[in-house]
Design a protein around this ligand. Structure first.
Ligand code: GLU
Length: 482
């Protein structure tokens, strides 16, 4: 049997880290098993679902490189792949359950349900529907319908049963049906609830494995009941553990960026994020942590997915992104950086540099970048007027500094020396000043950049060129002379 898996996001927000990881695990499993990966929108929450979020989710999946074989955007044999466009299908299945006695119309009002809930809570019992409308006679139902009351449809939960979820990650998890009240499968407005729609769709779409977040484990017994009632063999389930922040609390906005789009905006590379997400709850054999998508596919298996929660380690993600950035050529980085340069407001300045010096700039800063958006900070140093920080100021006050700066100003090659020329020039400067190299380079750096750390000096000289360097040296000299 061909493996068919699906990612079924609700378009009620952007794609979150947790959702992206579910999508990734489904993708990896499908590719590994030579199966098919479906993407379906579960948009039955009419209040919170938005087309913009659908678009964002699609873009995030595409950006991550997780392609799907069937579903929204790409189509397929089970169209449509958006639940609000499948209402007739759910209606038919609900009719089937009504006809076979597995479901019944419920006429209870909100107020009645609220009262029941409160009563159960008062008695210290779990709030659930006790089945008031279960045993209405056909006549009673007819009268209520004639009164114009629109019923919900409830599933009649079998009493005294134990439902066992045979989970591929968590092992067997048993649930007693008596803890589950008869639950609504269709609301009075004809919209199915999650548990019902998911079962109808997964079965009609031939889904063989449901890989999703642990938070849905408690829904699974309801889904097993529905499969039983519809006479369909359920798929296999694999519930993947929660993602926690470093404080071991469920990952939330407090922990920083939670959506894929935010990581994209910060300039994390999709390869790095995918690699990082894969290791949140899954471990390949062996020590290697940097894995290409192809390697992950080869190595992926559900029995190496961990039961215990995964901790989101920002330092590790940063490290991983740097590893992937190191793997990029200067030419690739030049293109990758452009949108971030634009965002930081330095496009024009970069254009004024010309391609060759832009390339030098990329070479100069690449090892300092944790993510692409960091380029803004470095461009700040290159493109703004000189501003001397405290540490640089101290250096500029040391004795002999003025002579070094003046010598440099007078000897600078120009107008735009090649990198090799700048390197040679700096060496000759050290010789002529008859000082230890550090005594030349530190004041020069302080004077040119206003800081004590940053890109290497030859790059600075080649990128700025003689005039800009002279200007900066003069400003620093003015300052040093008081
Ligand atoms: N729409 C559900 C969600 O976004 C999908 C759950 C499932 O995969 O069954 O959480």
């Amino acid at each position: 049997m061909k493996v068919r898996v699906r990612f079924a996001p609700s378009p009620t927000g952007p794609l979150h880290i947790g959702g992206a990881r579910s999508a990734l695990f489904n993708f990896l499993y499908a590719r590994k098993m030579g199966g098919e990966f479906i993407v379906r929108f579960e948009d039955t929450d009419l209040e919170r679902s938005r087309p913009e979020f659908e678009q964002e989710i699609i873009e995030s999946l595409e950006w991550l490189g997780l392609s799907w074989d069937e579903g929204v955007k790409v189509g397929g044999p089970h169209e449509p792949y958006r639940q609000t466009e499948r209402l007739d299908t759910y209606r038919e299945r609900a009719e089937q359950l009504l006809a076979t006695g597995w479901a019944y119309p419920c006429f209870c009002t909100e107020a009645e349900l609220e009262e029941e809930r409160n009563e159960l809570l008062r008695r210290g019992e779990m709030p659930r529907y006790l089945g008031r409308c279960r045993h209405l006679s056909p006549e009673e139902r007819r009268v209520k319908l004639a009164d114009g009351i629109k019923p919900t449809i409830r599933f009649q939960v079998p009493r005294g049963r134990v439902y066992v979820v045979e989970d591929l990650v968590r092992g067997n998890v048993a649930f007693e049906s008596d803890n589950v009240g008869d639950f609504i499968i269709m609301k009075s407005d004809g919209i199915p609830t999650y548990n019902f729609a998911v079962v109808v769709d997964d079965s009609l779409m031939g889904v063989t494995h449901v890989i999703r977040a642990e938070e849905h484990l408690s829904n699974t017994p309801r889904q097993l009941m529905l499969y039983e009632a519809l006479g369909i063999t359920p798929p296999q389930f694999a519930h993947v553990s929660l993602i926690l922040g470093q404080d071991r609390q469920k990952m939330s906005k407090r922990h920083g960026a939670t959506s894929v789009i935010q990581y994209r905006q910060r300039g994390y590379l999709p390869e790095a994020l995918v690699n990082f997400l894969a290791l949140l709850g899954w471990a390949p054999e062996g020590e290697e942590e940097i894995l290409s998508l192809e390697e992950m596919i080869q190595a992926f298996s559900l029995d190496r997915v961990a039961k215990n929660p995964a901790v989101f380690d920002m330092d590790k993600l940063n490290w991983m992104n740097q590893q992937y950035l190191k793997g990029k050529s200067v030419t690739e980085l030049k293109e990758l950086l452009r949108p971030y340069i634009e965002e930081a407001g330095y496009s024009q300045w970069i254009t004024s540099l010309g391609e060759a010096r832009y390339e030098l700039l990329v070479e100069a800063v690449r090892d300092y970048l944790v993510c692409l958006a960091d380029i803004g900070e470095y461009l700040g140093v290159f493109a703004s007027d000189l501003a001397i920080d405290v540490e640089a100021a101290e250096i500029l006050q040391e004795s002999g500094v003025i002579q070094v700066l003046e010598l440099c100003r007078d000897r600078l090659p120009g107008p735009f020396p090649e990198l090799e020329e700048s390197k040679k020039f700096l060496k000759s400067l050290v010789k002529e000043a008859k000082l230890p190299a550090k005594k030349v380079y530190m004041p020069l750096r302080a004077a040119l950049t206003g800081h004590t750390r940053g890109p290497e000096l030859p790059y600075l000289i080649s990128i700025w060129g003689r005039e800009e360097c002279r200007k900066r040296l003069n400003v620093a000299l003015g300052w040093a002379k008081g």
